[in-house]
Design a protein around this ligand. Structure first.
Ligand code: NAD
Ligand code: GLY
Length: 370
């Protein structure tokens, strides 16, 4: 087991990464609890596959786990599901100091985290991420959110967990497509911050997808270290440092919204991969990034089985609709488009006031409909 600290003045927490963590969940979580019971907001699929292991692990430390199941899929990041989860928490008559856990992928972490932030103005929160994407990214850093008709993650709060338990054993049941999607956020972490990690991924991405234990452990730990360091520097995205974690995301969120948040059509990680490839090509077009770096980034993402161009998706997209979505992005200021762009492999920067006409031409050159 490896432990990565997230350092936030007075609110440090640990991200534990390794096999067998569900079995020891009770002893790890019990010190955070006022009473020996833990409501667990759980993805229904994950509850069926891994709920018994978690509940037994909690019982070993005399902690009673209370499952609140949520239907799988992005559609659960909704006002309706948030209300249902909050209702269940209130029915359980929790005190404000009672902790709430999330057990699932990024959808559950984002939803349960927001519910914990809102419940009695803030309840302690534990993340037990079960997708690669959630273990390397969404369970760390305290961003919580739901989606609305106007766009993704537009209603949310910063609410840091007290503990993250990333049990790598649970990845054995994750569909390969979801594993690939999680790898997109790992590659993104390398692209923004760590050229050596990118070199490593060029050699070992296949081993991660094959669930080689050492490769998975290294990928998760390094991605978490990168995110933890950035979050420690800029927890609330005020200096711009944390915004770099959104490389490719302005494009990605627009595609996800246009695809109707339909996981069958496009997963978040797939959208991120496509968004990163587009960000590299857009940067190359503006003379901001060497073409050779863009080619390497694109090649690695494609080798991970991820989409890197619009032609990899079954749907067609209208350039103007994508641009409208991009203007709704949280990073947009006064309607002006903001993109996180690469300077090379291992370095990214924020580009404000991106010219709409230039971006439109670019999207059309990439295959979007005029
Ligand atoms: P997800 O939560 O939808 O999980 C993907 C699928 O995998 C679901 O169908 C789920 O039932 C299934 N699943 C989960 N764990 C499993 C397991 N161990 N075995 C078998 N099946 C399993 O998707 P995700 O990719 O984990 O998360 C995507 C979400 O995360 C998006 O909403 C995105 O916006 C959000 N996100 C948030 C942050 C953040 O900082 N808060 C960062 C990145 C992404
Ligand atoms: N996923 C981007 C962030 O946590 O800031």
């Amino acid at each position: 087991m490896k432990s990565v600290p997230v350092r936030l003045a007075g609110r440090d927490y640990e991200v534990a990464v390794g096999p067998g963590l569900l079995e020891t969940a009770g002893e790890r979580i019990a010190p955070l609890l006022k009473r020996p019971r833990l409501p667990i907001v759980a993805d229904a699929t994950v509850a069926a596959l891994h709920g018994p292991r978690l509940l037994t692990g909690l019982e070993r430390a005399d902690v009673q786990g209370l499952l609140i199941t949520v239907p799988p899929g992005e559609a659960s990041k909704s006002f309706a599901e948030l209300e249902r989860v909050l209702d269940r928490l209130l029915e359980l008559r929790l005190d404000r100091g009672d902790a709430v856990a999330a057990f699932g992928g990024g959808v559950i972490g984002d939803l349960a985290g927001l519910a914990a932030a809102l419940h009695k103005r803030g309840s302690p929160f534990v993340q037990i991420p079960t997708t690669l994407l959630a273990q390397v990214d969404s369970a760390v850093g305290g961003k919580t959110a739901i989606d609305t008709r106007r766009g993704k993650n537009l209603i949310g709060a910063f609410h840091q967990p007290r503990l993250v338990l990333a049990d790598t054993d649970v990845l054995a049941t994750l569909p390969l497509r979801e594993l690939r999607a999680g790898l997109a956020e790992v590659v993104k972490a390398a692209l923004i911050e760590d050229p050596d990690f990118f070199d490593w991924l060029e050699v070992r991405a296949g081993a991660v997808l094959a669930l080689d234990p050492a490769a998975v452990a290294h990928a998760v730990v390094r991605a978490v270290e990168i995110k933890a360091a950035i979050v420690a520097e800029d927890e609330h995205e005020t200096t711009g440092r944390r915004a770099l974690l959104n490389l490719g995301h302005t494009f990605a969120h627009a595609f996800e919204a246009e695809a109707g948040y339909d996981s069958a059509a496009l997963l978040h990680g797939e959208a991120v991969a496509l968004g990163c490839a587009l960000a590299y090509r857009f940067a190359v077009g503006g003379g901001l990034c060497p073409p050779a770096d863009a080619a390497r980034a694109e090649t690695l993402l494609a080798r991970c089985g991820l989409p890197t161009s619009l032609s990899d998706l079954s749907q067609t997209f209208a350039a103007d609709r994508l641009l409208d979505r991009m203007a709704d992005d949280k990073k947009a200021e006064g309607g002006a488009l903001t993109l996180i762009l690469p300077r090379r492999i291992g370095e990214a920067f924020t580009r404000r006031d991106v010219d709409r006409a230039t971006l439109r031409d670019f999207l059309i050159s990439e295959g979007a409909q005029p």
